[in-house]
Design a protein around this ligand. Structure first.
Ligand code: 8YV
Length: 309
């Protein structure tokens, strides 16, 4: 008898096909009546593929053994509640490091050189009437990385390839890293030209990029958020970008995405991206494969590939 699993949101076609070949998959996001679906399968679901799992859902599924999150960030899963209920949790680390690091540098260059705005300038026929303004470069600048983890390190080496000086802030100094460590985020923001945010979301980092940090980054400073919208005081960010008290921002994630503060739409010092960090076919395929491999390992009684709980 195939094992029953619950899928909480749409996954890649390759991942869904692999799951369907191995498991009896119940799709919560497609259910006309999600509560009725859960009630009808509650006594047999042993795994979840996807995220957004809190204690209420866990309690409705007494046979739940594992949640395989699609994504390296698992802030939509209550890991404490999972641990208390003896439910394993896995994520999809490493396979997305390169993709996220690449687009981070891409967005930095896009912001420094206003690439989206320049494209619009040409398309709107403005060029014959005058030249596009002169802008700035990455080389010679200091980038402060908030969260020098697996992805942060890939961003750091690419920033060095751009001839930038790399410093970082995190919970701990990492003895093996050559970059200067700050134990005060505002101080790092004051000393840096760029602040790249790539730390996990969740309670521990909520609004860590506060008004004070943004003020320290200042009118010449640039913010890049590749992590979660929750890490930034978004209201302060919007206000400071509009008033010029912050130089600019490249934002891939937002507090209430896919809703983005409309005040950002008219600002020239902003580059916006719809949570694209890992969004390539190649990387999403690998993430999907890791979801399936973790479930398979668990149900075969083998060690999990990437457990967080
Ligand atoms: C995905 C991400 O966009 O891995 C993460 O934490 O934010 C992204 O790779 C997301 O998880 C897919 O739904």
């Amino acid at each position: 008898m195939p094992i029953d699993i619950l899928q909480t949101h749409q996954l890649l076609a390759t991942c869904e096909a692999a799951l369907a070949a191995r498991y009896t998959v119940h799709k919560l996001h497609q259910a006309a009546d999600p509560d009725a679906l859960i009630a009808s399968i509650a006594d047999k679901v042993r795994g979840i593929a996807g995220g957004k799992v809190g204690p209420a859902l866990m309690d409705k599924l007494p046979k739940l053994e594992i949640i395989a999150n699609f994504g390296v960030g698992y802030d939509t899963i209550d890991t404490k509640a999972a641990r208390q209920r003896n439910i394993r949790v896995t994520n999809t680390p490493n396979v997305l490091n390169d993709a996220v690091a690449e687009i981070t540098i891409g967005l930095m260059i896009a912001l420094a050189r206003r690439i989206p705005q320049a494209d619009q300038f040409v398309r709107q026929g403005k060029w014959p009437k005058g030249n596009f303004p002169l802008l700035s470069e990455l080389n010679g600048k200091t980038v402060g990385i908030l969260g020098l983890g697996r992805i942060g390190k890939e961003i750091a080496v690419r920033a060095q390839a751009m001839k930038m000086r790399v410093v970082y802030y995190g919970r701990h100094k990492q003895a093996d890293e050559p970059f200067i460590f700050y134990d005060d985020l505002a101080e790092m923001a004051r000393d840096a030209d760029w602040l790249v945010v790539i730390a996990p979301g969740g309670k521990g980092t909520e609004k860590i990029v506060s008004r004070e940090v943004l003020t320290a980054l200042g009118p010449e400073g640039y913010l890049v958020n590749m992590a979660r919208g929750t890490l930034i005081d978004e209201a302060a960010l919007v206000e400071m970008l509009a008033s010029g008290r912050l130089g600019g921002a490249a934002l891939d994630v937002f507090e209430h995405e896919p809703l983005v503060p409309e005040a950002l739409f008219g600002l020239d010092n902003v580059v916006l991206s719809p949570h694209q960090g890992s969004a390539t076919q190649q990387t999403r395929n690998k993430m999907g494969a890791l979801v399936v491999q973790n479930l398979d390992a668990h149900f075969a009684g083998e060690p999990l590939l990437s457990a967080v709980v």
